[in-house]
Design a protein around this ligand. Structure first.
Ligand code: ADP
Length: 460
């Protein structure tokens, strides 16, 4: 079911429920009021008759009966009976041979009037009221009066009819208005749907209309546009990765091909063949290293889903990394220092994956030494209440200003780094790992003067 229909129906249902409750309460109150008034009127009229009969000696039972029959203001089917203490009829406003009389002989009803002094009941279309006369606990007679409330009933049926029509009309209007309003509220979404259906991988630059920029739908469009931007960046990255990767793979492959072609051009001595094979071995070695790095990059993405976190001291990890690097490259000079003395162990503790974070610092320190003629790196460990930071500082070749952000892209290498070994993958892995730890990695560099890489990680 479409959201528009759903909203309109829900709206109609709520209004219908409110209308129905309101109409039912209104009808109930009107009916109760009518009954109450009618019972009161009935009783008053019966009491007047009893007064005339008992207090006025001149009015006899037969005279009263005549007055009763001839009264113009009589209620419809009105009957009044008066019973004495022995439940015998003292007065009847009509001939007591009518079938109704037997109803009032009902001893239980008379008993109940005597007990409760006043009883209201219904018999078919008739409303019946019973009361003691005189109206005190020791009243001698029981007065029973009954009549049909024709006028009240017809008023109630008119009220029922009007309420039913108002209800149907209300529901109809609500349904129509519900459809119109729901349609209007959802109009921007329909427009958005249309715009989204035209977006392809090559037209991500076409953003959605952000409307007034204030309401929820505008917020949705803004978020969607931001997502498109991120997607576009990631597609760009993918495209540059593919072109960089093919370039990196093509260079050694082209070298291998031309080496083989040159070697095959004429007959060679075994020594010359050996020399060619050695060069081929070097080139294939480079290819193996490159594919290994690409594999490492792919695995860092996979690891993201099964990464295992633990708490450890960051300074200990840095010392371990220093030791391992020093073993592999005895010519490196790695100096470690603190920006302040940690008072408590927590100040220097982070939660993360030890192996992955070691990869990050190993890469940064290795780069610092690799791209510096003095092979020297300074590592400074800092901390505050929320984070720990590690700065890796060198006085090496630096990075051209326009390339400082691109060096984090897979396979990207700055122009001034091509004479150094490497494939431009380490930093992209570093960024991914730091992102996984909800940390940040930043670089500040001056060409020819050196670079500082800073990694910040939350304590927990
Ligand atoms: P690689 O060092 O193998 O090329 P990285 O991903 O580690 O790959 O680095 C990407 C690029 O960033 C390098 O090619 C280099 O241009 C630049 N770079 C990284 N660290 C430094 C540094 N300490 N000094 C100068 N340039 C650096």
């Amino acid at each position: 079911m479409k959201i528009r229909t759903k909203i309109a129906l829900q709206f109609t249902l709520i209004i219908a429920l409110i209308l129905a409750t309101f109409s039912a309460s209104f009808y109930y109150i009107a009916e109760q009021n009518r009954k109450e008034e009618f019972y009161k009127n009935l009783l008053d009229r019966a009491l007047t008759r009893a007064d005339l009969l008992v207090k006025n000696q001149k009015i006899t039972k037969s005279l009263l009966k005549v007055i009763d029959k001839e009264t113009l203001s009589k209620l419809y089917s009105e009957k009044v009976l008066m019973f004495n203490a022995d439940n015998k009829i003292e007065y009847a406003s009509y001939d007591p041979d009518s079938s109704m009389i037997y109803y009032y002989y009902n001893a239980d009803l008379l008993k109940s009037v005597r007990q409760r002094q006043y009883v209201e009941t219904v018999n078919g279309n008739l409303l019946v009221v019973g009361a003691m006369y005189p109206q005190d606990t020791v009243g001698k007679y029981v007065l029973m009066a009954s009549a049909e409330d024709k006028f009240g009933n017809s008023q109630l049926s008119q009220l029922r009819e009007s309420l039913a029509y108002s209800f149907l009309f209300g529901v109809l209007i609500t349904t129509v208005l519900g459809f119109i309003f729901a349609g209007q509220s959802l109009k921007p979404i329909a427009g958005m749907n249309k715009e989204i259906s035209t977006i392809t991988a090559y037209s991500l630059r076409k953003p959605l209309n952000e409307g007034n920029g204030q309401d929820e739908i505008a917020q949705l469009a803004i978020n969607f546009n931001q997502m498109l931007n991120r997607l576009e960046q990631s597609f760009d990255l993918q495209r540059s990765f593919v072109s960089n990767a093919s370039h990196e793979l093509r260079t050694p492959l082209a070298g291998i091909k031309s080496e083989i072609q040159v070697a095959l051009e004429e007959e060679r001595t075994p020594d010359e063949y050996r020399k060619v094979l050695r060069t081929l071995l070097n080139d294939t070695q480079r290819l193996v290293e490159l594919t290994n790095s690409l594999l490492q990059l792919a695995q860092s993405e996979k690891k993201e889903r099964m990464i295992n976190f633990q708490e450890f001291r960051l300074d200990e990890l840095i010392f371990q990394t220093q030791e391992e690097l020093q073993e592999q490259h005895p010519n490196y000079q790695i100096y470690i220092d603190f920006d302040g003395i940690p008072d408590r162990e927590q100040d220097i503790t982070v939660s993360g994956n030890l192996v992955l974070l070691k990869t990050v610092f190993s890469n940064l320190i290795d780069n610092a030494c690799k791209y510096s003629s003095d092979k020297r790196a300074e590592v400074r460990i800092g901390f505050d209440k929320k984070t720990c930071s590690v700065r890796v500082i060198d006085k090496g070749i630096g990075i051209p200003e326009d390339e400082t952000q691109r060096i984090f892209e897979p396979l990207y290498r700055a122009k001034n780094a091509t004479s150094f070994r490497g494939y431009g993958i380490g930093l992209s892995i570093c960024r991914r790992i730091v992102d996984m730890h909800r940390g940040t990695i930043q670089v500040k560099s001056q060409l020819g003067l050196g670079s500082t890489f800073e990694v910040t990680l939350p304590h927990m």
